[in-house]
Ligand binder design. Sequence first.
Ligand code: F6P
Length: 333
Amino acid sequence: MANLNDDNSPASSMTEKVNTNIITLTRFLTEEQAKHKEATGDFTLLCHALQFSFKSIAYYIRRSTLINLTGLAGSANITGDDQKKLDVISNDLFIEAMRSSGKCALLVSEEEENIIFFGKVPVPDAGVSVGTIFGIHKLPDDSKGTKEDILKPGSELLAAGFTMYGASAQLVITMKGGTVNGFTLDNGLGEFILSHPNMRLPSSRAIYSVNEGNSLYWAEEVKSYFNSLKEPQNDGKPYSARYIGSMVADAYRTLLYGGIFAYPADKKSPKGKLRILYECAPMAMVFENAGGQAVDSNMKRMLDIVPADIHDRSGIFMGSFDEVERVKTFHKA
Ligand code: F6P
């Protein structure tokens, strides 16, 4: 039989090298579970349900223009944002996946005013739009599954991450004290494949990401900090600005390339804009586990902040370790 590898014809040089040892998210979760003797499998089952909802949302986003899912649904969510048809459908898909998993006790979502109670074990939170951010708390064994179970600092999260929906969906997940791993949805296989193992942020990078339209409302130290980035740095050049206006997309870029992402509290939004439970805390866990930092507008560690209610907000600065150190310097001054 001819050895295909010995064939030097032009056609063979175009042959795709097939990776036959693919680490799918399912395999990754199974292998992680095996490392923890005390694991009951509940977390793995919950992640399978999460994974299914991300795949479904990614599928509908890819087909949205074909099946008339673009545009507004005609309602506003609890925090005042117009709800897009995709937000509503994504939220419903997510809730059903969590309910049917049998492993989710209660759920907080940007799209829902109140906590949704399912009456079983752990807990994800979600904010759905260009991406889905999730944080999972484990309920204590004696818990009845109440609001208090969820009003906890991010440092107690069992796992956190996000999925960004694009041409191919990207899922980033980390567990308490663990590494950060990135998976890409292979649309053909229908599987999330480990594409970015052990993600680490560069310790510095001259990129800032903030809505500068709010600068009129910023505190003086915030203004001075951002102005300092526009001065020539050691290499003679100022920082570059990159702002998409979607936390998941801005965070994902920052995670890959480094820099700083900020949504500071300001005179217009004294508590900040982004929500602690399902935006700031899960992202802070991802950034810390990838070697970066995340602080609030008082320069307190984001993972130590306890939300006062389920939709409580905070200012946030997160990104490369040294870039966040620089923000702190301006706040000390
Ligand atoms: O909280 C929703 C959100 O769209 C985030 O994903 C994003 O970072 C932020 O709001 C953008 O806000 P703004 O349009 O005020 O810059």
